[in-house]
Design a protein around this ligand. Structure first.
Ligand code: NDP
Ligand code: 2IT
Length: 448
């Protein structure tokens, strides 16, 4: 059996009931086959792949907090410190009822390669909790965040592990966590990113993932002889990534016509009104029905099993920005039949493997999230740099660095794909380019 197959079987056997983690590992290992086979003896002797798929450390902890009725609630807390070969662990904290150790491991594993692709010195990590911030009061969210950090603070730090936002963790949650970390340690340091601007946050971090997604999409189109201007775009999600993807798409002259949340989706024939979407989602934390109520050109649809949601809308470009496995093979068939020619992932692993293969087989330009959504973590790394030098850069400075990073990422995956005989396969290009730097650093640092 090949080394890649052996390691994949080992991952399934040792990590039962973690399908998302298996999926993420499979996609990466399949792409690496050609690189691994060329160095098989050495990698085997060093157990390089076994070390790569095994987190350096996994923290699982109890998070007790008191709700507004005086009732004690208990959530599960997680932090997976996956790989520190190229820098301190870096990655977000997801707060969503679906969170379990398998989800956090899939996200942490993806983060290793994403962070490597940014070209910045950050290792891979991820964390979170099955706590659901939806419908909770600010005081309840604060109580949870303080309890979460009261355990996690022992294991994080500006030079060891630097968490940030993800689904359910935005500026409010990062603020409460930062305050508690400072209170417990007495340290005013860049231990978290995505901080508010008044206490060490970076300009453009809020916009970075969505903006970065569009910078990369624009470059991918340009290098394939296409223009983004005038294109119709289908976006899923209505959170941090989706909102700023929609905004930048409009600034580049495209027309985003959809967005969605966990209960329904919007088709807006006039193009999404970003100011209204921000008001509904960022300020009121309300449902998309409120968007439709305020906008005559918008149609609201309830989410229904077996229907294709935003992917049923005719578009040129699809940007999945909500959550994992939200775009399956049947959705991909509808998109291709409707003439969609480019897909770039804003979320982490939103496209199933079958759908990805279908896009690639049908000539759709497809960029995986670990490359196309890397603008968020890249700008987090820029926030770390600003914190270290105790300076703040202007919006334009950060935004232009972000733009340069996303253009570089696209070219590094494009070149890796060409070099390893799979031109145009940006999934393989991203996995190979991300892996090579980490493998070199792991090899140089010996068996640790
Ligand atoms: P937010 O919490 O801001 O928004 C998430 C959005 O996705 C919401 O509209 C939410 O709807 C929707 N959503 C979440 N879960 C589901 C689900 N199971 N089914 C349908 N819709 C769902 O998160 P972000 O925008 O920050 O994150 C979105 C994706 O982007 C995630 O995959 C995340 O890992 C990834 N990402 C985020 C980065 C960042 O910097 N924030 C960086 C790189 C990637 P509702 O409001 O109803 O819950
Ligand atoms: O998935 C991701 O890259 C993020 N949620 C952002 C992580 C970060 O550290 O900014």
């Amino acid at each position: 059996m090949s080394y890649v197959d052996e390691v994949f079987d080992m991952v399934v056997a040792k990590n039962p009931a973690q399908p998302e983690f298996h999926q993420a590992v499979k996609e990466v290992l399949e792409s690496l086959r050609v690189v691994i086979e060329a160095n098989e003896e050495k990698y085997r002797r060093d157990a390089l792949l076994e070390r790569l798929v095994t987190p350096e450390r996994q923290l699982l902890f109890r998070v007790p907090w008191v709700d507004d009725k005086g009732q004690v609630q208990v959530n599960n807390g997680f932090r997976v410190q996956f790989n520190s070969a190229i820098g301190p662990y870096k990655g977000g904290l997801r707060l969503h009822p679906s969170v379990n150790i398998g989800i956090i491991k899939f996200l942490g594993f993806e983060q290793i390669f994403k962070n490597s692709l940014t070209g910045l010195p950050i290792g891979g990590g991820k964390g979170g909790s099955d706590f659901d911030p939806k419908g909770k009061s600010d005081r309840e969210v604060m109580a949870f965040c303080q309890s979460f950090i009261t355990e996690l603070y022992k294991y994080i730090g500006a030079d060891t592990d630097v968490p940030a936002g993800d689904i359910g963790t935005g500026a409010r949650e990062i603020g409460y966590m930062y305050g508690q970390y400072k209170r417990l340690t007495g340290l005013y340091e860049g231990v978290l990113t995505g901080k508010g601007l008044s206490y060490g946050g970076s300009l453009a971090r809020t916009e970075a993932t969505g903006y970065g997604l569009l910078y990369l999409t624009e470059e991918m189109l340009k290098c394939n002889g296409r223009d983004i201007k005038g294109r119709t775009v289908a976006v899923s999600g209505a959170g941090n990534v989706a909102i700023y993807a929609i905004q930048k798409a409009q600034q580049l002259g495209a027309k985003p016509v959809t967005c969605s949340d966990s209960t329904g989706w919007i088709y807006d024939s006039e193009g999404i009104d970003v100011a209204l979407l921000k008001e509904v989602k960022e300020v009121k934390r309300a449902r998309l029905t409120e968007y439709a109520a305020a906008r005559p050109s918008a149609q609201y649809h309830e989410k229904k099993d077996g229907e294709h949601g935003v992917w049923s809308v005719k578009c040129d470009i699809a940007l999945p920005c909500a959550t994992q496995n939200e775009l399956d093979l049947e959705d991909a068939k509808v998109l291709v039949a409707n003439g969609c020619f480019a897909v770039a992932e804003g979320a982490n692993m939103p496209t199933t493997m079958e759908a990805t293969e279908y896009f690639q087989a049908n000539g759709v330009l497809f960029c995986p999230g670990k490359a196309s959504n890397a603008g968020g973590v890249a700008t987090s790394a820029l926030e770390m740099s600003q914190n270290s030098e105790r300076l703040s850069w202007t919006f334009e400075e950060v935004d232009s660095k972000l733009q340069g990073i996303m253009v570089n990422i696209f070219h590094s995956l494009d070149e890796a794909a060409k070099k390893f005989g799979c031109e145009g396969n940006y999934v393989a290009g991203a996995n190979i380019a991300g892996f090579l730097k980490v493998a070199e650093a792991m090899t140089a640092q010996g068996i640790v």
